[in-house]
Design a protein around this ligand. Sequence first.
Ligand code: HAM
Length: 422
Amino acid sequence: MAGIKAPRGVRDILPEESWKWAYVLERTEHISHCHGYREIHLPVFEQTELFSRGIGETTDVVEKEMYTFLDRGERSLTLRPEATASMVRAYLQNNMHSEQQPVKLWCAGPMFRYERPQKGRYRQFWQIDVEALGTSNPLVDVEIINVALALFEDLGLSNLDVVINSVGCPECRPAYRDELKAYFQDHLEDLCDTCQNRFDRNPLRILDCKNEKCREITAGAPDIYSSLCEDCRIHFDKVLEGLKMLQIPFHIDKRLVRGLDYYTKTAFEVLSGELGAQNAVCGGGRYDNLSEAIGGPRLPGVGFAAGIERIVLIMEQQGCDFGPKPSVDVYVIAADDLSREEAFYVATELRRNGIRADLDFLERSMKAQFKSAVSKDSVFTCIVGEKEISRSVVTVKDLRTGEQSEISRKDLAGYLQPRIRP
Ligand code: HAM
């Protein structure tokens, strides 16, 4: 096809799919409210510094994946690659510390990352983001994981795997970093180029490299548990205890370090075998130092984000229910050319009475109009012709039963309403 296309990695969510998204968002709102999380709308672009300082200069997201531009006032702005840094910024800017803590918020919207597109990975994608700010209570980590799982269960997702780890804190991580570096030093030449690059800048990231050779090497790497400070160890134990208490099955994965630098203590992901290489449907964790990294006071927080494209993909593959597909209640059919305007009035009248109505605008035959009624899953047809107009009636046909009756125009909405939504 000639002409302008959408940029690579970006796609249209067409009506055949968008109603499924609406369902996922509607259930997200329900589950979030059920757990005491309130909705917030955040800007799609922010000052670049928010992300470079918040997410970390040495992360792939900040180094390679951000859509950064100068506005007309020469300010560096970035299309948000994620929502957590913005959540913390919004909390600080709007003095939410004066509200009852923790402040529990959720949002949904498009995120932007310049990644290599593949199944389940796009350059514009939607996240559902749920965050609890203002407490370091490990039970809130458990609550956050539980919100994610409650949502997935509500949507009917099955065969999910919760993996969890502790990534320590600025107090205990430096010692672990040194230990890791000492280990990787002996294997440096066998690591992939990316990991050799990570060695000095961010050795923890070597742990979740997908390269076969790197994985062999990391299998023997020291794990963080022996390096955790007492505070981190107690926190991790309490989170695991809480998960057990709620009977949430999980696996500890000592290689799970996540791609964003703000994490402290808890890091987790929910994985699905349905997704191929991009197997994470959700990722999250605790970020007690993020606020300070962006110039704010100490503000502990924990949250998760889940990708809507990936949720919908799994739901489709597992044959999950998306609720009723939007359809029209009534298709209004003009029996002859002189009745087309009248059909339009009838449809408008029905719509004004809360009935979902549609009709033909291409002056098609009655047969074609009937076909449209069926293809739009209409429950009723209302036939308007010269004969009906002269007597101020409409011929109503119930497509479920084939039953047909003549109803006076003034009684039409009242007749249909209880039959459509009893
Ligand atoms: P993340 O792991 O980078 O974490 O992303 C979370 C989820 O967003 C992934 O598990 C995946 O479902 C989806 N996702 C990420 N990148 C893409 C992509 N390119 N295409 C499609 N889906 C994608 C975060 O973003 C953190 N802010 C999560 C968090 C919240 N941590 C604490 N609070």
